[in-house]
Write a protein that binds this ligand. Structure first.
Ligand code: MEV
Length: 434
């Protein structure tokens, strides 16, 4: 077996943790220095960050950029994005600018209902449970009053409580399906708190048959679902084909539109392409979610599950054309918040929302989805014309020059030299050595 089990790591002081971890590195002192360098010097910020998670030994930084000029439902947004992958912000910005002069992004459909479940087994006749359900349902709702009061004041709460019979799929399994409106919060804590209270309620009211003392019900678990198929947003872009002139890479507009349409068709039918196509969408989506302090893992899980909802994994965006025009639409589940959670704790998350004009959660859903569609359109436009490497290469070159500590003069000369040439680490190194 490689490696050693560390006992009591969480109990160590922060500095001791760093020292212990640095022992895993080739140059321990340098490792400690790197970890310390990345921690905020401001005492308050430092404490805030170190306390966000557990076993914290440093702070991980990612580039924070802006994709300006998104016109969404007639309003202009300059969108903060956090991403380490070069070209993503540039591509989103270029698509945003292009569509800003062609009607912008239009949010055509939006719903924000979230769901959670209490899974339980029922050991008696299903008919008996259904009979009891009419009696206990109002009592369960009543139990939630204290937990939902605050959310109700803000316009949300529990909107539906249903009993679902799942025993055909799994023996004796039932679940409570609970629908929530969480207004401007993502609502994960609120939802899970309510669900756990419902689970306690089920246990108390249904657990044992009073006469025989026989167990009737066993709660398995209570948890929100990240499959937010009732919390979705649809965004579209579209224009006359002739307005696409300038981005067709030398093709006539009809040939360009045909290629774009075919690229979308391939992504709707071929899982190899669909996965990459959706990854391109999530490049934009995740970057805005991280910048605004939202849960990008939840969005990823939901998006890919949604892409498989027909039983076959497909692209989340699609294209339609008629004689004159091209339309591209993206529809995906997206659960976001603009209050609560890390949005209040992370100074850049707060600032991002401010830069966006303090949107409510629905507005933020529209912004995030628009950036996803912009990233997707930019990728397809490149792929069917020049290929994506051309755009990547300049940024790739800058990254290599940074790694090699090139001087400003070397940078200027390298940019000229590599115009139209293939960029590789070895080629740049050789150029600098020359
Ligand atoms: C790269 O991060 C994303 C793309 O591969 C997306 C796509 O192919 O559509 C460019």
């Amino acid at each position: 077996m490689k490696g050693n089990i560390i006992k009591g790591f969480s109990k160590l002081h922060e500095q001791e943790k760093r020292r212990m971890v640095s022992g895993l590195c080739l140059h321990p002192e340098e490792a400690v220095r790197t970890m310390e360098q990345m921690i905020f010097t401001d005492e308050k910020l430092r404490e805030k960050f170190m306390d966000l998670s557990e076993n914290t030994i440093s702070s991980h930084h990612l580039p924070y950029g802006i994709a300006p000029n998104f016109v969404i439902n007639g309003n202009i947004f300059h969108v903060p994005m956090v991403i380490e992958e070069s070209s993503v912000i540039a591509a989103a910005a270029s698509a945003a600018r292009f569509w800003s002069e062609r009607g912008g992004f239009r949010i055509t459909d939006l719903s924000a209902t979230k769901v959670g479940h209490v899974y339980f087994r029922w050991f008696d006749q299903p008919a008996l449970l259904k009979e009891k359900w009419t009696l206990i349902r109002p009592q369960l709702l009543h139990r939630l009053k204290d937990f939902t009061a605050n959310m109700e004041r803000r316009g949300g709460g529990v909107s539906k409580l249903e009993l679902i019979d799942d025993s055909v799929r799994i023996d004796k399994l039932f679940r409570l399906k609970v629908s929530f409106e969480t207004v401007d919060s993502m609502g994960a804590n609120f939802i899970n708190t309510c669900l756990e209270e419902l689970a306690r309620g089920l246990n108390e009211m249904l657990n044992t048959d009073e006469d025989t003392n026989r167990q009737l019900c066993q709660v398995v678990m209570a948890i929100l679902s990240n499959y937010t198929d009732e919390c979705t947003v649809t965004v579209e872009i579209g224009c006359e084909k002739k307005a696409l002139k300038g981005i067709t890479g030398g093709l006539n507009v009809q040939a360009f539109t045909d290629k774009v349409a075919l690229a979308y068709e391939i992504a709707s039918k071929d899982i190899y392409r669909a996965t990459t196509h959706n990854k391109g969408i999530m490049n934009g989506i995740d970057a805005v979610l991280i910048a605004t302090g939202n849960d990008f893992r939840a969005a990823e899980a939901a998006a890919h599950a949604y892409a498989s909802r027909t039983g076959r994994y497909q692209a989340l965006s699609w294209c339609s054309t008629d004689n004159n025009a091209l339309y591209i639409r993206l529809r995906l589940p997206l659960s976001v918040g603009t209050v609560g959670g890390i949005t209040n704790l992370h100074p850049l998350a707060r600032l991002s929302l401010e830069i966006l004009g303090n949107p409510n959660a629905s507005e933020l859903m529209g912004i995030v989805a628009s950036v996803g569609l912009a990233s997707n359109f930019a990728a397809i436009q490149s792929l069917v014309t020049t290929g994506i490497q051309k755009g990547h290469m300049k940024l790739h070159l800058t990254n290599i020059l940074n790694i090699l500590n090139a001087t400003p003069q070397q940078r200027t000369e390298a940019l000229v030299h590599f115009e139209g040439r293939t960029v590789s680490f070895a080629a740049v190194k050789a150029f600098l050595n020359d």
